[in-house]
Design a protein around this ligand. Sequence first.
Ligand code: ADP
Ligand code: MG
Ligand code: MG
Length: 903
Amino acid sequence: MTKYIYEFGPKKTDGDAGQKNRLGGKGANLAEMAKLGLPVPPGFTISTDCCNHYFDLNGQFPDSLEAQVSAAMANIEAQMGMGFGDPDNPLLVSCRSGARSSMPGMMETILNVGLCSATIPGLIKKTGNEWFVYDAYRRLIMMYSDVVMEKAEQVVPKDGMGIRLNLEMMMSNLKNDKGYDNDTDISTKDMKALCDRFKKKIQEDLDEAFPDDPKGQLMGAIGAVFKSWNGKRAVSYRRIEHIPDAWGTAVNVQAMVFGNMGDTSATGVAFTRDPATGDNKFYGEWLINAQGEDVVAGIRTPNPLNTDTKNTQNHHLASLEEAMPELYGQLADIRSLLENHYKDMQDIEFTIQEGRLYMLQCRVGKRTATAALNMAMDMLEQKMIDEKTMVCRMDPKVLDDLLHPVVDPAEEKTAVQVAEGLPAGPGGAWGQIVFTAEEAVKWAKADKKVILVREETNPEDIEGMRAAAAILTARGGMTSHAALVARGWGKCCIVGAGALKINLADKELRVGTRLFKEGDIFTLNGTKGVVYDRRLKMKDASENPRFQKFMAIADTYRTMKVRTNADTPEDARTALDFGAQGIGLFRTEHMFYGTDSDRPLFLLRKMILSKTKTERENALSELFPFVKEEIGKTLAVMDKLPVTMRLLDPPLHEFIPQGRKSQQEIADALMIDIEEVEKRSDLLKESNPMIGHRGVRLGITYPEITKMQVTAVFEACAELILDGKDPRPEIMVPVTCNEKELAFIRDIVLDCYEGALEKYGLEAIAYMYGTMIEIPRVALIADKMADYAQFFSFGTNDLTQMTFGFSRDDIGSFMNDYIDNAILNFDPFETLDQEAVGSLITTAVDRGRQTRPDIKLGICGEHGGDPASVVFCHKAGLSYVSCSPYRVPIARLAAAQAAIEDA
Ligand code: ADP
Ligand code: MG
Ligand code: MG
């Protein structure tokens, strides 16, 4: 018989924190806490294997499961001294989802399973608290009907609202009619009547009675939790986070403890350190007389855990430290114990039932990038962790947030603030406000920057939250859904900005007397929690000395070099500040785009529309000084460091003059008429420019172009050398498909080299000659290429394009369908496809080294800044990766972590 069930609790615990794959994160950590002797209500975990078997069996439980569940339930009953379904002393349980990696709020949990007409009277008698029992019952009805009867059965709500919203509306109408402010104000009689009306509504809407037997409830709940793995929200979250579908979720069945039994009961959520700043302060929120999800749901403003947690929204509310000092003390001890044990910041859930504390969850807490940095450095200084652990504590992807803009403090001083809330996600952002997730997605697709403004967010908003530049909510605390998700993504977010009055129907927002409409621009300072009513300037946050120190430590473990892709002296300087050790890709064509490009672009056009060699050489010699100057400026900034200069790469097609005016200019310059310009342009037009007349092919048909560029490189170098500098150019030939191309271009290079030495009276210029590897064919004949090439640089954008046969510029039209249908798990232009593109790279590495053992190897595609791809490059034995300036620190850290893991 397959073992599906693993028990945990004070008496017996099967699992531990090491078994996340089988038990899910929640189950594994419940087991670990029980082993540490913490007060965990007893329960058991049904394994993720069981979930997968359940799907294999098309939604049937494996045969032995029911018997295993009964046996495990009997153990809980024995430990609690209660019976599941026992009319006198009924045990209630929760049924909780829990995947390998946390998917906050994406799957389902059902509380109070086991309440029914047979057990209600007994529980009332036992607790003497009728209100509590009906409060628990109405929660069970709400969760169960939503999760088990509607979502799991894939019922499409007729009214478009769904049963949960309907029931919530009934409850809020009752509160309005009777003038109750809070759920806790509802009278027992009204609560009881509400439960009856709930059940009637369920029968009407779902055509099925609310189940009244505990066993049926339990098995229904277990199946529904499994099914929630394939719920819409969970699936879209997995796509975003690249979580495999095959993991499945575990189910945790656990004896209920009650935070809603009156004023000596409570529930709360806490972080062992401040998740926003990383400060070594116990940080949390709690609610008296409430059940689990109330804190996170943002139903009431939660109370602060302690003085450290007080802020402008909650300072008037009693802290746990003040209200229940002894229990707070016990919780503070658990905080230290857990931190010492896990050596990392934990996110915990607890419940107090009539003065007794219970632990319900712990996991490594999500944190902002700033907090991650501060915690890692603090823990190193406290000697809790060593350097290697510290370096691995920081997810390279979130470095982006540390480097990312914050609101310019100078401009912020003069700005008028619209509202204030809690600083839930870091940094600053501006955008146009929209009020629904759907709008956010739509506007973002149209390349607009949006701020998603919601009353509070729920898991259904996930895609809109992703699409938005920032998130702003009117309700909720630091542990609300919006805050958790934003923090996980490092997205700018403000929650609980209570002054916002959102009118969804009219797509407008009132703050006091001010009215804002959809599309108005806001700026958020997510680090302070302040909202402004116009676009403010943003500023870089990378000069933090702690960050510098962290990176310096990481660098000591790194073996692979990190270069940058830069085409201007400004970019080169930025990249040097970020720690770049050279340029891996300098695109000569850059000077024909962007600022100050008018004249060079004109000369380039004149050159490509020349008909005779003489015409072309004339145009080239006019262009020459511009190219030489551009190259010289960047080489000067990068003194002593290698700079890979790529010869002209783009298709000529891209430079054809468009529009009458520029055509006329060219006509005048070449002394031909405009019809002739059009005729020559037509000859240059291509139907597949990406695989057309580009790269090395240009140098083969027009050697004089290559000659001009290479001469520019050598002469710029010569002048720098005479100036006392030490330039290190690497001349790189793009889009090659065989070794004869390299031989052909090399002859030109050698000629130009001799010419420059002679002209400047120099002995030598240190340079290298090499090629990009971006056509699968040359990866396979890398041994021949290495006869001529002293280095290879993998151009993984084109290599991916040509390996997949996907046009890089046109993937937008189908990539989402590929991801949605799980045909691809990721966009291969973002993350390197290790299976095929990676295998071409390792093949080229091997074959290149056969010919030239010391061949220099690097990568210069977008992938150079993608952490997973960097790890691959380290394993493949490349000597460097090259990426855009802002990604340099990310690549440095990813490379350091790869080296640490490798050791
Ligand atoms: P999520 O993964 O969405 O946080 P959980 O399974 O942790 O879902 O449960 C939701 C809420 O219910 C949490 O606040 C949790 O503490 C509470 N809860 C779960 N099981 C129990 C239980 N046995 N007794 C009391 N509260 C519980
Ligand atoms: Mg939880
Ligand atoms: Mg290319």
